[in-house]
Design a protein around this ligand. Structure first.
Ligand SMILES: *Cc1c(COP(=O)(O)O)cnc(C)c1O
Length: 392
């Protein structure tokens, strides 16, 4: 189902493409929103597979293809693949690109589930890994081994919100002909398009800001290379990491408002970060848009906004952090991020609980670190929620 090219030109603005890319009205009924093809299989007109547009939904499905085309368009990519979850996307990527004996070089502060995948699932398969602070470019370069076959980064990192210099990491990797993959979940293509900096494969948990309504799990890989795309597709179909069409349909619906949702939550996050800095109960506020963030200037060179995530440390340690989150009501205690509602969590005890104590200590992730995901509620209400929690 190829949609009309005029509606998805790359020279249209982001918000226009988010609404139209990959999609065209139903040619049969004129339905403005393309129908959901909630089917597992497709009637074959002949036994020659190529003579049929679709075969079986684990291989491909029109609703899923619309989303894949939209995601590719927004990330300035040729190809998109939609998965049952972000981890489905990542495990397919790693297992398609790495074999026993290979080495993966990762940033030291990756998503907790990524850390578990690498250490607990890839390691027993004979795929080794090192994790190095990618803000230290010399140390990162020095960690490359003769058998390093993939470099994997995130920026801003989760939850410490370090900014990784994407172009510099790509330079280091290209010098050794090593592909680079990047988890762009924290930014979404609205704020950052890593393929423009030479990254080879961008990965998303679309569960977060892309779908944006905390009601559907999904993941994506977007890339330009035709051969690698075919390989990833082959692995995806083989592993069965394909998503359900309804998940793709919900994700497409959420995607249409990604730009305006992100603008609103970034603006509120900036206001909240500035306000939090002035609160005597707060020991530290980390937000890339604050002048106190050591990499604000770098963020401005590769991000189109500073994001909706704020990391804080209250005075009083882990007990104070836990008590604070018991007293908030709009900031609900839950993992996940990028949704319409604001959430708060203690990453060391929740999202990153699978990391060893030493590894957490190495990146400064103590039990008093609170991660805030700022949603679409008003700044005044969110501020009041935190203020009453501090005052109690
Ligand atoms: C949530 C998340 C993932 C995992 O995605 P799922 O959709 O939960 O499988 C990976 N990376 C980041 C940065 C995430 O926030």
């Amino acid at each position: 189902m190829s949609s009309s090219a005029s509606l998805q030109r790359i020279d249209h603005d982001f918000n226009t493409r988010a609404v139209h890319a990959g999609q065209s009205p139903c040619p049969v009924t004129g339905a403005v929103i393309p129908p959901l093809y909630q089917t597992s299989t497709f009637i074959q007109q002949s036994l020659v597979k190529d003579e049929n547009p679709y075969f079986y939904t684990r291989f491909s499905n029109p609703t899923i293809e619309m989303l894949e085309e939209a995601l590719a368009n927004l990330e300035h990519a040729r190809h998109g693949l939609f998965f049952a979850s972000g981890m489905g996307a990542l495990s397919t990527l790693f297992l398609a690109m790495l074999k026993p004996g290979d080495h993966l070089l990762g940033e030291s502060n990756l998503y907790g589930g990524t850390d578990v995948l690498i250490r607990k699932i890839l390691a027993p398969l004979g795929i080794t890994a090192s994790f190095v602070d990618a803000t230290d470019l010399d140390a990162f370069r020095a960690a490359i081994r003769p058998n390093t076959r993939l470099i994997h980064i995130e920026s801003p990192t989760n939850p410490m919100l370090k900014i990784i210099d994407i172009a510099a990491i790509v330079d280091i990797a290209k010098a050794k002909a090593i592909p680079v993959s990047m988890d762009n979940t924290f930014c979404s293509p609205y704020l950052q398009t890593p393929l423009d900096f030479g990254v080879d494969v961008v990965m998303h948990s679309t569960t977060k800001s892309i779908a944006g309504h905390s009601d559907v799990i999904g993941g994506a890989l977007v890339l330009n290379d035709d051969t690698l795309h075919e390989r990833l597709k082959f692995y995806q179909v083989g592993f069965g990491a394909t998503a359900d069409p309804f998940a793709a349909w919900l994700t497409l619906r959420g995607l249409k408002t990604l730009g305006i949702r992100t603008e609103a939550s970034c603006q509120t996050a900036m206001q909240l970060a500035q306000w939090l800095q002035q609160q005597p109960q707060v020991a530290q506020v980390i937000y890339p848009g604050l002048d106190s963030h050591p990499q604000k200037a770098l963020a401005q060179t590769q991000m189109r906004g500073f994001g909706s995530m704020i990391t804080i440390k209250p005075h009083g340690g882990a007990d104070a952090a836990e008590a604070l989150l018991k007293r908030t009501s709009l900031f609900q205690l839950a993992v996940s991020l990028g949704g319409i509602e604001s959430l708060a969590c203690i990453p060391a005890r929740q999202t990153h609980a699978g990391m060893s104590v030493d590894d957490k200590a190495a990146i400064g992730l103590s039990n008093d670190v609170i991660r805030l995901s700022v949603g679409l509620e008003s700044f005044a209400d969110l501020k009041a929620d935190l203020a009453q929690a501090f005052a109690a």
